[in-house]
Design a protein around this ligand. Structure first.
Ligand SMILES: NC(=O)c1ccc[n+]([C@@H]2O[C@H](COP(=O)([O-])OP(=O)(O)OC[C@H]3O[C@@H](n4cnc5c(N)ncnc54)[C@H](OP(=O)(O)O)[C@@H]3O)[C@@H](O)[C@H]2O)c1
Length: 290
């Protein structure tokens, strides 16, 4: 019997990436993809109706309020989606014996360290977005035991808005660009993350809990931008600046590299380097332009 999987927030960059994987390979899984206009996760009644009509083995929650800057100005909406909406999903998952796969963020950490963050390390968000995502994690843990929370970082893809696409756009609009070099983390290609999410299902793993996943390696945003331009053969005058020089509402962790030993061991996976995955994504973007 095919496993039935609900994907919420299906029109975001991760949701679209899972849709793309599904279009190319549907082995053993039946997906229902719902966008925000089809299912608002902050509406518990709508979630109940959907779960009463369908029996899902898994929910992959890709729905989130991800505007880190705007969240500082409108914290209510950030908490409503990232904490209350996630609580709603956890509730219906518990009632219907459905496994919840939820995506969280490196921004649950404050970044005041030089060592990789493990799953059990002390969380201490320094932004509204990070705090609302942490509250979402806590809500899940308080409601159900059948969950995988996958914290990831610096997500990019061919879809939606992300740092990679912003850099490519700005390179065509401006002669000079400034990018911060004092925030260190790891870019994550959404396709790699999506494959790992589907592997949790394929492996039928029952080792529930929190996991870290990003690509391999560590870079600054400045290094990442440099690599984007290098592998796109773009000549850009790129200036390195400090976080203090960039006027932003939300504070970001200075160091948020995730330790991925747990996911590597439990899923027996190899993790691609951030540079190899960046090159693959750029090839795919190029293909879609031709
Ligand atoms: N992007 C990153 O750098 C990053 C880094 C670490 C972790 N993450 C996490 O990774 C996950 C996927 O991120 P992403 O980059 O794919 O985000 P995204 O592109 O912003 O997608 C999120 C989707 O959720 C939808 N959504 C918002 N409110 C909703 C609601 N109330 N009900 C249902 N859907 C709703 C959005 O719709 P609208 O666009 O119409 O509002 C959007 O389609 C999120 O949990 C995010 O927190 C992201």
């Amino acid at each position: 019997m095919k496993k039935k999987v609900l994907v919420t927030g299906a029109n975001g960059q991760l949701g679209k990436t899972i849709q793309e994987l599904n279009a190319n390979n549907t082995k053993g899984l039946y997906f229902m993809f719902v966008s925000k206009s089809e299912l608002d996760i902050t509406n518990l009644d709508d979630l109940k109706i959907l779960f009463n009509k369908n029996s899902f083995d898994y929910v992959i929650n890709c729905a989130a309020y991800t505007d880190v800057e705007q969240a500082e100005k409108t914290p209510k909406i950030s908490y409503k989606v990232n904490a209350e909406g996630v609580k709603n999903i956890a509730k219906v998952c518990l009632e219907h014996d459905t496994v919840l796969i939820h995506i969280s963020t490196d921004y649950v950490f404050d970044g005041n360290t030089n060592s990789f963050y493990s799953e059990g390390d002390q969380t201490c968000p320094i932004s509204v977005y990070g705090a609302s995502k942490l509250q979402g994690e806590l809500n899940i843990k308080n409601i159900t035991e059948n969950y995988f929370i996958i914290r990831t970082s610096w997500l990019y893809s061919e879809y939606g808005n992300n740092f990679l696409k912003t850099m490519l756009r700005l390179a065509s609009e401006r002669d000079k660009l400034s990018v911060v070099s004092d925030q260190i983390g790891t870019p994550t290609y959404a396709k790699d993350l999506a494959k790992v999410i589907l592997r949790f299902i394929a492996e039928k793993t029952k080792i529930f809990g929190t996991y870290h996943y990003s690509n391999d390696g560590a870079v600054s945003w400045f290094d990442f931008a440099n690599a984007i331009f290098k592998y796109s053969n773009l000549e850009v005058n790129l200036k390195s600046i400090s976080s203090e020089e960039l006027p932003q509402e939300a504070k970001r962790p200075k160091f948020s590299v995730l330790d991925k030993k747990k996911i590597q061991k439990n899923l027996k996976i190899e993790i691609p380097s951030w540079e190899d995955s960046l090159k693959k994504c750029l090839v795919n973007i190029q293909k879609s332009c031709n």
